[in-house]
Design a protein around this ligand. Structure first.
Ligand code: HEC
Length: 167
């Protein structure tokens, strides 16, 4: 009729360490396998055969003679009606001078402006005339960037801050 000597022989703190280490190990396993190795959304789409499409606003074409020339063509087709054959302005403001209503006069800012257009509420000109997004034509972002390259090639007051994402 003696006490169960085994349970008396294991002090409480040893039990605590044992079960604590076990629980800790299980948690580490869950975190490293379950969370860190979780396939991300991109590779899931890849597995499904749907390539993840980077928003095209991030795709900035290379600046070279060809892209500037393409921008010139787009300008002559879309922008000329409001900004003039020589960027001298008309319904829209002069794009050849160094006065810019929409600061900063930097490529990234102007590309955003052209993509979004200028609503009547946002218009800074004296007559509050709006500008349609992309000049009212279904221009791709690449075409907009090419026009911006054309403008900054023609007008040195535009800061050349575009960083081409490469092709
Ligand atoms: C239907 C007329 C119209 C068309 C087409 C048009 N724009 Fe505009 N654009 C305007 C007007 C009006 C403004 C000025 C809005 C304001 O008052 O703030 C403007 C403003 C701008 C500005 C800002 C100028 C500044 O001083 O800050 C840029 C850059 C610009 N347009 C580029 C373009 C480009 C590039 C195209 C062709 C893709 C284009 N626009 C097509 C009417 C037009």
């Amino acid at each position: 009729m003696s006490d169960n000597s085994n349970s008396k022989a294991v002090p409480g703190w040893v039990n605590f360490l044992f079960w604590g280490a076990l629980a800790g190990g299980v948690l580490v396993a869950i975190f490293s396998q379950g969370f860190l190795n979780q396939p991300d959304a991109v590779s899931v789409r890849d597995e499904l055969g749907q390539r993840y499409v980077v928003p095209s606003i991030d795709i900035i074409p290379v600046r070279n003679a060809a892209s500037i020339e393409a921008g010139k063509d787009t300008y002559a087709r879309v922008c000329v009606a409001c900004h003039g054959a020589n960027l001298e302005g008309g319904v829209g403001p002069d794009l050849s001078d160094n006065e810019w209503w929409h600061q900063p006069a930097a490529e990234t800012n102007l590309a955003k402006l052209v993509m979004n257009g200028v609503s009547a509420g946002e218009a800074l000109g004296p007559n509050k005339v709006p500008m349609p997004a992309r000049g009212g034509q279904p221009l791709s972002n690449e075409e907009v960037w090419q026009v911006i390259y054309y403008l900054s090639d023609q007008n040195g007051s535009i800061q050349k801050d575009a960083v081409p994402t490469g092709q």
